[in-house]
Design a protein around this ligand. Structure first.
Ligand code: ARG
Length: 630
């Protein structure tokens, strides 16, 4: 199945964490009304023997009460009082949620969630699917991908594209009205040169539009001429002015070049299953003069060396924003000022997210400060630069091809797919020559209690049974998912090292491992021969008896709060960690607990279904296509 937005929107739910926090906050208000603590003090428990959550507020409360007339004798005394208040608050706010509270150590309160409560939530997940957390949604705009016309889309743009898409998916899932904007670099001085080159190479371009299939080549050739030939350079400058003034011939040439680029970009987007609305830099050009006058009216603009610049008073940067260049032209800064104005004041976006490399941090600080100073940000408006680090090669430097060129995105996707396909073919050949097909998961030590793995087992991975076409599709799905997951799983602010072997490994925290595990769960259900629709229709109860079942149950029940975490920090790796963690728990579960032909079969099949629903929703949010069999 392709990664897709949910057709049917499910009613949101309050996350488990949020409910626990509410109980703790209410208890604090009733027991210690005169103290206000900022933030909350609830964390996940570090071990199952300490329950599932922990309230650590007592220590801070004790600190705050010290020396006051009503000061309690110890943090433990505070914790005991707080725990009593929590019991009362839980009864009032969410009866049936909390099973047990225990004061431990210096004054921690360990919280056990009622098993029946978790079972009910997991059952809901198995039957209807994953509900989004209830959050206050707003009108969001995400500026991402944003490659430059006539230049190749490279791995740097890959990060923006993949991270931006996941952020959009999470926003959409949680009910935000989301605008996906591709701020394509389709304006600027490079077009003067490109148009001049077009005139020389294809003099009849107006009547016979040339097929520019290799724009990168076109760009390089234009650049060589530009650097070597003074008259060409002069012509290029004239073209820039003419284009800005709306000269029809220049405009036609510009359109042809942009179209050729768009063609190339959309191939990548199609392959990655990414939707984007192109609103390029050129779109904002007509608004720039008025935006500049507005900024001048607010007294922000000063003249420096003939250029008009802004130094926001609150800025920590020594460089200014250049609003108008000394030659009177506009640039990247001018465009972003007009764009932020348009997004805030015309589109009324309340949360504008720029997914751009960390190198542009100061640029966005300045743009955001200028927008705030101009009064374009309403109360509560968020302008956010979601930055990311570099994609590096094994040498720790920017990822390049062997000949030192930038790595083209299409080549990288082709390679990931080709390697996956080669692995499949090898296994098929081995199986046909009579060799045993040992599943990757079995090799990774994750055999299941139902004995469906490896030699003699009925579930062989690596597709010996697949026809060519299915294998091709599987290789593509796994290959592309691997590229995305590799990028998303690391904290976006750090650099990461690109490595095909690690990316496509069947072992460890990789897309291949996750997708195999998912397919294996599907196959267990399949093999059971159970009518899942009937089990669901009958609301077959899920009973979490075994510790491995309980671990899976809790993970499924925590889905909503993990989505909240991703939303708060706009950090996709938080979701990847959760997905991996849940997957490992599911593997432990099927290894330790037989699913088929035991008295627990109906409950365990339903738990598998809930696990599958959780994994699929994570795959969807990460833009990864999943397969029922591999
Ligand atoms: N085209 C730019 C680049 O490739 C990224 C644009 C990001 N968005 C923006 N509003 N400045 O570096």
């Amino acid at each position: 199945a392709a990664p897709s937005a949910d057709a049917a929107k499910l009613e949101p739910q309050r996350s488990l964490m949020k409910q626990v926090v509410e109980v703790c906050a209410r208890a604090q208000q009733t027991a210690f009304a005169h103290v206000t603590l900022s933030g909350h003090f609830v964390t996940e428990a570090t071990k199952p023997e300490f329950g599932q959550y922990q309230n650590n507020a007592a220590l801070s409360l004790f600190g705050r009460l010290k020396g006051t007339p009503s000061a309690p004798s110890s943090p433990r005394a505070v914790a005991l009082a707080l725990a009593d208040a929590m019991r009362a608050a839980a009864d009032e706010l969410c009866a049936g949620l909390i099973d047990k509270l225990e004061v431990a150590g210096a004054g921690f309160i360990n919280i056990w969630i009622a098993r029946t409560w978790i079972e009910a939530r997991v059952l809901d997940a198995a039957i209807v699917g994953m509900r989004p957390p209830a959050v206050v949604a707003c009108r969001a705009l995400v500026d991402f991908s944003s490659p430059n016309v006539a230049k190749e889309m490279h791995v740097g743009h890959l990060r923006s594209t993949i991270i931006g898409d996941t952020i959009c998916r999470v926003l959409e899932f949680t009910g935000h009205e989301t605008m996906r904007v591709n701020h394509v670099g389709d304006w600027g001085t490079q077009f003067g040169m490109l148009i001049a080159h077009m005139r020389r190479e294809h003099p009849d371009f107006l009547s016979a539009p040339p097929p520019i299939s290799d724009l990168q080549q076109f760009y390089k050739a234009a650049k060589v001429r530009f650097d070597e030939d003074a008259s060409f350079k002069a012509e290029a400058h004239k073209n820039v002015v003419a284009l800005q003034a709306g000269d029809p011939d220049c405009h036609k040439a510009w359109t042809l070049i942009c179209e050729a680029s768009r063609e190339e970009f959309s191939k990548v987007y199609r392959r990655l299953g990414i939707e984007l609305d192109e609103v390029g830099e050129s779109f904002y050009n007509p608004f720039i003069p008025a935006v500049v006058s507005t900024l001048e009216r607010y007294g922000q603009v000063v003249t420096e060396g003939g250029a008009k610049v802004i130094f926001p008073p609150q800025s920590k940067h020594a460089i200014p924003l250049i609003v108008v260049k000394s030659d009177g032209g506009f640039n990247y800064d001018s465009t972003d000022l007009a764009a932020v104005w348009y997004r805030l004041c015309e589109l009324k976006a309340e949360w504008v997210i720029y997914v751009v490399d960390a190198g542009q941090g100061s640029h966005f600080d300045l743009v955001f400060d200028a927008a705030a100073n101009a009064g374009w940000t309403a109360e509560g408006t968020r302008l956010q630069h979601v930055q990311f680090g570099l994609v590096c090669g094994e040498d720790g430097k920017r990822f390049r091809t062997r000949s030192g060129e930038v790595v083209r995105l299409v080549d990288l996707l082709d390679e990931a797919k080709a390697r996956m396909l080669a692995t499949f073919k090898e296994r098929q050949a081995a199986a046909q020559s009579g060799g045993a097909v040992v599943s990757d998961l079995a090799a990774a030590g994750a055999a299941s209690a139902d004995g469906d793995e490896g030699e003699g087992g009925s579930f062989a991975f690596g597709a010996p049974h697949m026809a060519d076409e299915e294998m091709e599709r599987a290789a593509e799905a796994l290959g592309y998912a691997a590229v995305k997951y590799m990028d998303l799983k690391s904290n976006r602010t750090s650099n990461y090292i690109f490595n095909y072997e690690r990316m496509l490994a069947t072992n460890g925290n990789t897309a291949v491992y996750l997708l195999y595990a998912h397919a294996r769960l599907c196959s267990i259900i399949d093999k059971s021969g159970a009518d899942m629709a009937a089990l669901k229709a009958a609301r077959t109860p899920i009973v979490l008896e075994h510790p491995a079942e309980q671990a899976v149950g809790l993970a499924v029940a925590q889905f909503a709060e993990k989505v909240e975490d991703v939303l708060r920090e706009l950090q996709p790796h938080v979701l990847c960690e959760y997905l991996y963690d849940t997957c490992v728990k599911l593997n432990v579960f099927v290894r330790e607990c037989r699913v088929i032909n035991v008295p627990e079969t109906p409950s365990r099949l339903m738990l598998c279904a809930a696990g599958i629903a959780t994994m699929r929703k994570c795959f969807d949010l990460l833009g990864m296509a999943w397969l029922e069999r591999i």
